[in-house]
Design a protein around this ligand. Structure first.
Ligand SMILES: *Cc1c(COP(=O)(O)O)cnc(C)c1O
Length: 375
């Protein structure tokens, strides 16, 4: 009996995304194996963090690397590192930042739930720009002697009207201010593991438990060696703001294995496979009355992967959007899809096996053709 059956919890077919609330992603057997091996012995944990960091830095073409307990924890440690450097007195004092550089510049348009991770270090966010436009002078005027860093959140929140990331990096660098990129969900492409830092970002942060398919509670902080030293000092097991964000030997081993596998991946091949599925879904569903299907690319987070967006005309189908979602979730196996607008769902092949792709095609066809009484 599986642990989920024992707990009375149905498992899901995840046709949505690498959402934390659905369990992030599923680890390859090699990653599970690495974790199981790591679980069997004691080890000097800080030494392991260093060694794993060296290996991950090599694999991702970065100067240095740190494994955090998730991207959000990585943001906390990155912010702390920019505020304290390697000064033990400053590290001890957080989240009190009196007398330290304690302002972080961020595009107003980038404000999102994850900026709590930055704020908890005790810094003030200094916003630049408006929702749809930001000018260079605003960044230049915001930089002052208290500026600890510029944070850049890449994803659904970044977009039209932002300063280009390269300009942000160039301007901040003129004032020796580090730029930290939250790229938590910016894999694929694989090359983003080095793209941001090669552009000149001081640090880039990624989730280990999303497309990387490492442990759900792991993340990567990649970049400048001096700042990674400061990240490490602000992290577990040191008594610091990062002490509650523990990374165990199992996560370290699993995350390293996940990165090893990930950099051997083939972005083009997996995209081609998803394109094929989206095309098959489109032809299966678009002939149903009251249903329109379009291919959406790139996806919401900006990843180069296609999805199907299904628009449901309730008058024609006899079943509304919310009921479609509920019916899919109540089925066996349960299927989770994304809600968009008031009458659309996003169906994503990204995380699905071949078998699951077929199940999703069939189930949605059944649900959408349920209308019994013709109009
Ligand atoms: C998912 C996500 C995070 C948090 O990542 P965790 O690994 O779940 O901590 C932070 N920022 C962005 C933009 C994300 O998408």
């Amino acid at each position: 009996m599986s642990i989920y059956a024992e707990l009375g919890l149905p498992t899901l077919i995840n046709a949505n995304a690498t959402l934390t609330r659905l369990g992030g992603s599923v680890m390859p057997p090699e990653v599970v194996q690495a974790m199981a091996e790591a679980a069997q012995h004691y080890v000097d944990l800080p030494a392991m963090q260093r060694r794993v960091g060296e290996r991950i830095a090599e694999l991702t073409q970065n100067e240095a690397a740190y494994v955090s307990s998730g991207a959000a924890a990585g943001l906390v440690l990155a912010a702390a590192a920019c505020v304290t450097g390697t000064d033990p007195a400053a590290i001890y004092r957080l989240p009190n930042t009196d007398g330290l550089k304690n302002e972080v510049i961020v595009h107003k348009s980038h404000r999102n739930g994850y900026d709590h991770a930055v704020r908890q270090v005790g810094v003030t966010l200094r916003e630049i720009g408006y929702a749809g436009s930001t000018a260079e002078w605003e960044l230049k005027a915001a930089i002052n002697e208290n500026t600890a860093a510029v944070f850049w959140f890449q994803g659904a929140m970044s977009g039209k009207g932002d300063l280009p990331l390269q300009r942000v990096i160039d301007i901040a660098s003129e004032h020796s201010v580090p730029v930290v990129v939250d790229g938590a969900a910016q894999l694929p492409p694989i090359s983003n593991l080095w793209n941001y830092t090669q552009m000149g970002a001081a640090l880039a942060v990624f989730s280990g438990g999303k497309d990387l398919r490492g442990p759900q509670s792991s993340g990567l902080v990649l970049g400048r060696a001096d700042l990674i030293d400061a990240v490490r000092m602000n992290g577990n097991p040191n008594h610091s703001i990062g002490r509650p964000m523990k990374v165990g030997k199992e996560e370290l081993a699993g995350c390293l294995k996940a990165v090893e596998l990930y950099v051997q991946g083939d972005d083009e091949a997996r995209r081609a496979r998803d394109e094929e599925t989206v095309a098959a879904w489109m032809s299966a569903w678009s002939s149903l009355p009251g249903v329109e299907v379009e291919r959406s690319f790139p996806n919401e987070a900006g990843q180069p992967l296609p999805r199907a967006i299904v628009t449901i005309d309730e008058d024609e189908t006899g079943i509304g959007r919310d009921e479609v979602i509920r019916t899919l979730l109540d089925g066996d196996p349960a299927i989770d899809v994304g809600a968009r607008g008031h009458n659309r769902i996003a169906v994503n092949p990204w995380l699905l096996s071949d078998e699951e792709r077929r199940i999703v095609a069939e189930r949605l066809t059944t649900v959408l053709s349920r209308r019994s009484v013709p109009a």
